[in-house]
Design a protein around this ligand. Structure first.
Ligand SMILES: NC(=O)c1ccc[n+]([C@@H]2O[C@H](COP(=O)([O-])OP(=O)(O)OC[C@H]3O[C@@H](n4cnc5c(N)ncnc54)[C@H](OP(=O)(O)O)[C@@H]3O)[C@@H](O)[C@H]2O)c1
Ligand SMILES: [Zn+2]
Length: 376
């Protein structure tokens, strides 16, 4: 069930359009912003666009900077990120620039789309996903079969809308360009449908020439199983809190955040906070929430280390404190090693009580960093 980190990237006009209806692609970004896009492309393992964008814009989707390509090669990566497209129909022009520039290409499609694409002799790996396009299957395939950990999605609106509505977007880079399209038949960035969750979290704004970049992270954990888009945001914060702990030679440094189902942060804490030599991160965070707060039942506890199952310093271990608070979901970066307690199994305690425990190993290094001296 592993998926890449999904970054949506788009530019819109002041009236919210992705393009006009003319035959040429409308240039929304400034030259400086195209260079920023080039930098983001160079940082990812794969770039995805929908079939509609290939038909409308005939893009090449390259890393244009030779220095950035050289840096990729020096780091042992392919010169160009993998290029990915998605088509239900399989109606793609085998002469489009997408297939004939850059590095490897893969097209995800339906069974009937695959037949059509193979007959057309398209120069790409064709992967059928069944009778329809299933985004979760597609992302898992990219991760597991193509080693894609970071995916940049460059549109169009149909693709962005589906990924956001299915809660599969981890980050949105939105550029606002100072011009108007004014044509209601032009494509919009996000279409109608059901959007999950609350407000997105604004993490950065940057003026780049005459455009403005806004970076958002969706924060409301949704109803999906296992890892949710917002999990990475909150677990990263927990790992940052772990780095703030007063150092100790005899206890772990851990950070924890309690987050309501609608994405509201209820509390945060870290080990040995406020001069308490034995307080644990989850304990410190939960102590700041009113035990009668009805949001605890739907909340998630993000802890940089698996909650403890046994401890000498307090009667109730953190796994128990979490359950007693009514919380039934925990996200963590690594399982507790046997450093202080033999066979600690906070996950087992939580799961036995019906709680969901999600481990995101991509944060393990960051979570371990303040504990290196304890790990031998
Ligand atoms: N300003 C920007 O940042 C930016 C970026 C990219 C694109 N654009 C603009 O966006 C426009 C294209 O947007 P778009 O929405 O038409 O195309 P799109 O989102 O690029 O692709 C839509 C296509 O994706 C395929 N698809 C894959 N899975 C699907 C699913 N589950 N449901 C429906 N379709 C699925 C379908 O291909 P088949 O039809 O082959 O089945 C569909 O037609 C262009 O005007 C382009 O210039 C702007
Ligand atoms: Zn603990």
């Amino acid at each position: 069930m592993s998926r890449p980190y999904v970054l949506l990237s788009a530019a819109v006009s002041l009236d919210g359009y992705l393009d006009d209806t003319g035959p040429e692609r409308l240039l929304l970004s400034s030259p400086a912003d195209f260079d920023r896009v080039d930098e983001v492309r160079a940082s990812v393992d794969a770039i995805l666009v929908g079939a509609g964008t290939i038909r409308a814009d005939n893009p090449r989707l390259l890393v244009n900077s030779a220095e950035r390509r050289a840096a990729r090669t020096a780091a042992g990566k392919p010169e160009y990120p993998l290029k990915v497209t998605v088509s239900v129909s399989g109606e793609l022009d085998p002469d489009a620039q997408f297939w004939h520039t850059g590095g490897e290409k893969v097209v995800y499609t339906t069974d009937r789309g695959a037949d059509r694409l193979r007959r057309s002799g398209i120069a790409a790996d064709v992967v059928p996903l069944g009778p329809e396009v299933d985004w979760r299957l597609l992302l898992e395939h990219l991760h597991d079969e193509r080693g894609v950990h970071r995916l940049m999605v460059e549109g169009g609106g149909t693709i962005h809308t589906q990924l956001l509505q299915q809660e599969l977007a981890d980050e949105l880079h939105l550029v606002l360009a100072p011009l108007f399209v004014g044509d209601p038949k032009a494509p919009r960035l996000f279409g109608p449908g059901a959007y999950q969750g609350a407000r997105l979290r604004l993490v950065e704004t940057r003026a780049i020439g005459d455009v403005v970049l806004m970076r958002y992270e969706p924060t409301a954990p949704g109803t999906g199983h296992l890892a949710r888009p917002a999990d990475r945001h909150w677990l990263r914060l927990a790992c940052e809190l772990a780095a703030q702990c007063p150092p100790s030679g005899t206890a772990f440094s851990v950070g924890a955040v309690v987050v309501a189902a609608d994405g509201t942060e209820l509390a945060r804490g870290y080990s040995r906070e406020a001069g308490d030599q034995v307080v644990h991160a989850e304990e410190a965070a939960l102590a700041k929430v009113d035990p009668a707060d009805p949001r605890l039942a739907g909340a998630t506890v993000y802890s940089s280390l698996e909650p403890c199952a046994r401890r000498a310093s307090r009667p109730r271990p953190c796994a128990r404190l979490i359950l007693d608070a009514g919380v039934r979901r925990v996200v963590t970066a690594w399982r507790e090693p046997d450093t202080f307690v033999e066979g600690a199994d906070g996950t087992g305690v939580l799961q036995a009580a019906g709680a969901e425990v999600v481990v995101l190993p991509e944060f393990e290094e960051q979570a371990k960093a303040p504990n290196r001296h304890l790990l031998g």
